[in-house]
Design a protein around this ligand. Structure first.
Ligand code: DGY
Length: 318
C-alpha cells in the first residue's frame, strides 16, 4: 500500500505509516504540490495526506484510481470537494480538537496585539524612535469589561471565549444551535448575527468555510460594527468581505483588525500592508510544535485505520 504526503510535515506521520507497512511518497518541498504531480503520484496511491493549501477538486478526485482516504492536515477541509470524494467512496478526515488551544491562543494574541498596538509599538522601538515615556504614546483599548462576540461556538470559539472571560470580558455568541453548557459556564448569551455585530466591542470569527458562511460578514454586516470595534479572523478569509473591511479600516471607521487568514490566500491585499491599524499573520493559528505534531499523528492514524478496514478516528461529515 502507498500513501502520498503532499508536503514536508512532522516526521511522526511518516514513521507511523512506515511502521504499519505503508509505503510513503513525500512531496518533500516547502512549496505546494502542483496539479500535475498530485495526479501523477496520487493516481495509484491508496491514501493521500493533504494540506489545506492543496485544492483537491473533482478533476483530481476523478483521476484517483485506488484512493480510499484523504486525510487533511487541518481542521478545515474547504480545500476538498467532499461531494466528489463521497461519490467515489473516498473517506475524508480532518484534525479537530488538537489544534483548538493553539488557535484560541493565537486569537487572543491577535486581539491583544491590535488592542494594545503591540506591533506598531515594537516597530517604533526597533526603528529607534523611543525617546522617553509619554502620557499618550500608543494608547490602546483594555479588554476588561468589553463584549466579545464569538461567531461560531464550536470548539475553537468556545476556547476563545474561555480565555476572554478570564480577561474579564462579557461573551455573546452566534451559532446555529444553543450551547447550554457554554452559556452556563461563561454566562454567555446566544444572539442573532446582526445583534452580535451591533453589540460587540470585539468580533472573532470561528466558522468553517462553506456555501453558507462565504461572505457571511458582508458590507451590510460590517457597517453595523461599533466605531471602536476590533474584528479578528483566524477562520477563513472568504467569510468576510475583505475589500469592504479594508475600506473601513482605511477610513478608521473601526479601531482595527487582526488577520491570520486572507480572501486570496496566500496573496495578501497590498492595501492591508500599508495600514497600521491591522496585525497580519501568515495563517499560523495551529502553528505550535505540539499541535502540528499531533495533527500529523492523527492524520496518519486516520489513514492507517481506513487502510486496515477500521473506522477513521475523525471523519468529516460528507
Ligand atoms: C485549520 O486547521 O483549518 C487551520 O486553519 C490550520 O491552521
Amino acid at each position: 500500500m502507498k500513501v502520498l504526503i503532499t508536503r514536508k510535515l512532522p516526521r511522526v506521520a511518516i514513521d507511523l505509516l512506515l511502521k504499519n507497512n505503508i509505503a510513503v511518497q513525500v512531496h518533500d518541498s516547502d512549496e505546494p504540490i502542483k496539479f500535475r504531480e498530485l495526479v501523477r503520484y496520487g493516481k495509484d496511491a491508496d491514501g493521500i495526506l493533504s494540506l489545506l493549501t492543496d485544492r483537491i477538486d473533482e478533476k483530481i478526485i476523478n483521476r484517483l484510481e485506488k484512493c480510499k482516504v484523504i486525510a487533511n492536515y487541518a481542521v478545515g477541509y474547504n480545500n476538498i470537494n467532499t461531494k466528489a470524494a463521497k461519490a467515489k467512496n473516498i473517506i475524508v478526515t480532518n484534525t479537530p480538537d488538537i489544534l483548538t488551544d493553539a488557535t484560541a491562543d493565537l486569537t487572543l494574541a491577535l486581539l491583544l496585539s491590535v488592542c494594545r498596538r503591540v506591533i506598531e509599538s515594537e516597530m517604533f522601538t526597533r526603528s529607534n524612535k523611543f525617546t522617553g515615556w509619554q502620557p499618550e504614546l500608543f494608547l490602546g483599548i483594555e479588554l476588561k469589561g468589553k463584549t466579545l462576540g464569538v461567531v461560531g461556538a464550536g470548539r475553537i470559539g468556545r476556547a476563545v471565549a474561555k480565555r476572554a472571560a478570564a480577561f474579564g470580558m462579557n461573551i455573546i455568541y452566534f451559532n446555529k444551535s444553543k450551547k447550554t453548557e457554554f452559556e452556563l459556564e461563561l454566562n454567555a448569551q446566544k444572539v442573532s448575527l446582526t445583534k452580535l455585530i451591533k453589540k460587540s466591542d470585539f468580533v472573532s470569527l470561528h466558522l468553517p468555510l462553506n456555501s453558507e458562511t462565504q461572505n457571511l460578514i458582508n458590507s451590510e454586516k460590517l457597517e453595523l460594527l461599533k466605531p471602536n470595534a476590533v474584528i479578528i479572523n483566524t477562520a477563513r478569509g472568504e467569510i468576510i468581505d475583505e475589500n469592504y473591511l479594508i475600506a473601513m479600516l482605511k477610513k478608521k471607521r473601526i479601531f482595527g483588525a487582526g488577520f491570520d487568514v486572507y480572501q486570496n490566500e496566500p496573496k495578501v491585499n497590498k492595501q492591508l500592508l500599508k495600514l497600521n491599524n491591522v496585525v497580519l499573520l501568515p495563517h499560523i493559528g495551529s502553528a505550535t510544535f505540539e499541535a502540528r505534531s499531533a495533527m500529523a499523528e492523527l492524520a496518519a492514524k486516520n489513514i492507517i485505520n481506513v487502510l486496515k478496514g477500521l473506522p477513521p478516528i475523525t471523519p468529516v461529515e460528507l
